[in-house]
Design a protein. Structure first.
Length: 63
């Protein structure tokens, strides 16, 4: 049986941490930024972890 192909979009989107979790970028930071407060935009810069419920799906896509 051939190897599974990884989802190339997911591979570029998610980064694996040392503990095996996945880092992701926060949403709502791409356009219509004038209506969002500076504090809100600043907080959207920080990366966050993928939710525990989505971890299995991301692992399947990346590997």
């Amino acid at each position: 049986m051939p190897k599974m192909k990884s989802n190339r979009g997911a591979t570029k989107t998610f980064k694996k941490t040392a503990s095996g979790k996945f880092k992701r970028k926060k949403s709502f930071k791409l356009h219509i930024l004038t209506s969002k407060s500076t504090k809100r935009k600043r907080n959207l810069r920080q990366p966050t972890l993928v939710a525990k419920s989505e971890q299995k799906r991301v692992t399947t896509m990346v590997q």
